[in-house]
Design a protein around this ligand. Sequence first.
Ligand SMILES: Cc1cc2nc3c(=O)[nH]c(=O)nc-3n(C[C@H](O)[C@H](O)[C@H](O)COP(=O)(O)OP(=O)(O)OC[C@H]3O[C@@H](n4cnc5c(N)ncnc54)[C@H](O)[C@@H]3O)c2cc1C
Length: 289
Amino acid sequence: MYLPDFDYQSPGSLKEACQILAAFGSRARVLAGGTDLMIKMKHGLLAPDVLVSLKNISQLAGIGYVQGRGVVIGARATHNDLVNSPVLQKKYLSVCEAAHHMANNQIRNVGTVGGNIVNAVPSADLPPILIALNAAVKLVGADGERELPLESFFTGPNRSVIGTDEILSEIVIPDQTSTGSTYMKFGLRRSGALAVVGVAVAVTVAGGVLKEAKIALGAVSPTPMRAVKAEELIRGRAVTDELLEEAGVCAAGECSPISDIRGSKEYRQDMVRVFTRRALRRAINEGHV
Ligand SMILES: Cc1cc2nc3c(=O)[nH]c(=O)nc-3n(C[C@H](O)[C@H](O)[C@H](O)COP(=O)(O)OP(=O)(O)OC[C@H]3O[C@@H](n4cnc5c(N)ncnc54)[C@H](O)[C@@H]3O)c2cc1C
């Protein structure tokens, strides 16, 4: 399998990159780690005339804490950058863990958080935990920039609100009151498997009561989704095993998975029930955010 011919551009600034994208429109594609794009090109599913590499845009690298904004993750950060980030390890270990359980070490070394989001694959591992943590994304285009909740970024499988001249530049996890969060992935193998079901939760617990809960599901609907009825059901109630099971049943009823080679609709729904209950218990018990 050979790559089709294309022009390669490697601008040094976001502004320049957006100008190239604007000039070529749908004939150009952003190239980050290439772990998805290159495969699609080799299989003849995509044949852009121009690839605009992010490799020389240093502004897109790095993970840090910015007072008043929260943890800011550059879109070019790789999965292993997330795993090894001291800031994330201290503030949101759940994000490091989600990244750690993705793919294999080779892919984690080059695949980026920006690519994982913009791909908009329903089974992607990072969107659920970032949505549970209330993350926002910044999109920079030739005519300006905008910031929106990650939750409203996705519009369908492989589809999102990003424009052809826009680049996802950063992901921002705002300061929050959560006392614990976690992402639990159910795949058909222990490593290197895509999620059959992914459940992320962030909880705020005080005095044995669930003050607040966010539950985000992956691989069980056309886009990552919040289980808002389950969140509502448990908000303000004392933590019991029965309550967490009720939340699982409720979340399973809220999603509409497809049946495919990796699992039937009914199986996926039952896994949502089980993993929502387990993820809530883990986030409540472990208490790390
Ligand atoms: C063997 C293997 C295992 C995998 N396992 C997993 C897994 O366990 N979990 C999982 O979630 N995914 C998995 N993936 C999918 C993939 O590796 C990830 O989604 C990865 O994060 C994609 O990032 P990338 O930087 O390689 O994106 P690229 O391939 O470079 O780009 C992907 C798409 O996003 C666009 N894009 C990239 N960055 C930006 C940006 N900043 N702004 C605008 N557009 C952008 C590109 O134009 C392209 O359309 C796997 C892939 C492989 C090959």
